[in-house]
Design a protein around this ligand. Structure first.
Ligand SMILES: Cc1cc2nc3c(=O)[nH]c(=O)nc-3n(C[C@H](O)[C@H](O)[C@H](O)COP(=O)(O)OP(=O)(O)OC[C@H]3O[C@@H](n4cnc5c(N)ncnc54)[C@H](O)[C@@H]3O)c2cc1C
Length: 305
């Protein structure tokens, strides 16, 4: 343990906000991943910025995570500090007259969608079933069904590489399919503001329930995973290419191409990151050989494999 670094962390965060050698399998929806040297849970912008400043000063590698729903962490874990932005960094405020909602990065999309529905605002229903945080979703320009983050975002407050706080407009965020200026510039999302339209609360809730039912029917939600393993290649669906390559149910150890939805690699129980990587490589090779399409992982890799 790096005692000197730990003591410095304690000047910024309390004991409950600092975890040592914390297994990241507990913090990812894949339920895979070795320990993080440190994992910290800041609750305010000042704690986030101070933790990052300390890591920079001490040459301590750091990584921002949200709900870990798009991450595959290596079996050997991560030598550095994970800064996890979760519920405690998840305040919401609603401007009812202008239909503007502001929220901090750590809020879960399901909670934010439910809150937006409470105010009878429409335009965020698509996000209710995505199991990530707002910060992760803005970074990824997450989307589903008929919507994505770019459709309603107005602004994001981010931290840049030098530790300065920037307020970026929608145009400056340069959102494309799962791409954003945030990823390109390694910004950290602290807060975001969205503009919605007034609607019928009943219809909004019914749409959320309908989309969630579609997910339960089509996606292997009964198994740990990181959602769609691959990005959608232009003109194709990754799941269909994988299925048509004869890989439905194909398994490496306990990592499997879901039988329910071939676009998902699932953890059948006790799968290792090594098994998932081997399966991903095999899928890429097989689909390329059969269809000449090179699948690109959507899942982000972190740590030592
Ligand atoms: C069952 C299931 C279904 C899914 N369905 C969908 C879907 O329909 N559509 C979709 O788009 N995705 C889907 N996903 C993937 C995932 O939920 C999204 O990508 C989500 O936006 C990730 O958010 P997160 O908070 O979990 O991010 P994490 O997995 O913790 O991190 C993902 C990336 O974002 C970065 N990041 C996280 N927070 C911040 C921040 N505050 N500032 C800067 N960078 C940050 C991380 O460094 C990492 O690179 C699904 C996943 C699962 C498990």
């Amino acid at each position: 343990m790096n005692e000197a670094f730990y003591q410095k962390l304690k000047t910024i965060l309390n004991d409950k906000q600092i975890m040592i050698e914390e297994p990241l399998a507990r913090h990812t929806t894949f339920e895979i991943g070795g320990p993080a040297q440190f994992l910290v849970l800041p609750e305010s912008i000042s704690q986030v910025t101070a933790a990052i400043k300390l890591c920079r000063e001490e040459n301590m590698p750091y990584y921002i995570m949200g709900n870990g729903s798009n991450l595959l962490v290596g079996d050997k874990g991560y030598r550095g500090t994970i800064i996890k932005l979760s519920q405690a960094f998840g305040k919401i405020s609603v401007d009812e007259r202008q239909y503007i909602v502001r929220a901090q990065a750590g809020i879960l999309l399901s909670r934010l969608a439910a809150e937006i529905a409470e105010y009878s605002l429409t335009g965020f229903e698509f996000a209710a079933g995505i199991p990530g945080t707002l910060g992760g979703a803005v970074t990824m320009n997450a989307g589903a069904y008929d919507g994505d983050i770019s459709q309603s975002i107005l602004k994001a407050v981010v931290l840049d590489q030098e530790g300065s706080i920037l307020r970026l407009t929608k145009e400056e965020l340069k959102m494309g399919y799962r791409t954003t200026a945030i990823q390109d510039n390694h910004y950290i999302v602290l807060e975001a503001a969205f503009g919605f339209k007034p609607g019928s609360k009943e219809e909004i809730i019914s749409k959320i329930n309908d989309l969630n039912a579609r997910r339960r029917e089509k996606q292997p939600l009964e198994y740990p995973s990181a959602g769609s393993t691959f990005k959608r290649p232009v003109g194709y669906y990754a799941g269909k290419l994988i299925m048509d390559s004869g890989l439905r149910g194909y398994q490496v150890g306990n990592a499997q191409v879901s039988e329910k939805h071939c676009g998902f690699v699932i953890n059948k129980g006790g799968a290792t990151a090594g098994e998932v990587i081997a399966l991903i490589s095999y899928i890429i090779e097989t689909v390329n050989h059969k269809f000449g399409v090179v699948l690109e992982p959507e899942v982000k890799l972190l740590g030592d494999f």
